[in-house]
Write a new protein. Structure first.
Length: 115
């Protein structure tokens, strides 16, 4: 099983980033895919979730209206488009794959929002 996040980096407040999560070794199309984040000294929190078919999407209140999760089951990839970034969005962002049989995590990608 491999889950590899990419696309993080340093961005100024108000900027945008697109995170990608490439998955392999399990049935991606049968998995709910989520993005979590963990800021220094804080607990990991859910940012956004997409059901396996992408027909139901939920967002944390902090992400609503600014972030968008999408998935391409043909490419085994899930994305997180983040717009209007704020310093409080600074965190390590993790990709998660969940089904009744497994719960897989990636290693994370750092997002830093700072001027």
């Amino acid at each position: 099983v491999q889950i590899v996040e990419s696309g993080g980096g340093l961005v100024q407040p108000g900027g945008a980033l697109r995170l990608s999560c490439a998955a392999s070794g399990f049935t991606f199309s049968s998995s709910a895919m989520s993005w979590y984040r963990q800021a220094p000294g804080k607990e990991r929190e859910l940012v956004a979730t997409s059901t396996s078919a992408g027909d139901s999407i939920t967002y944390a209140d902090s992400a609503k209206g600014r972030f968008s999760i999408s998935r391409d089951n043909a490419k085994n990839t899930v994305y997180l488009q983040m717009n209007s970034l704020k310093p409080e969005d600074t965190a390590v962002y993790y990709c998660n794959a969940l089904s009744r049989w497994y719960n897989h995590w990636g290693q994370g990608t750092q997002v830093t929002v700072s001027s």
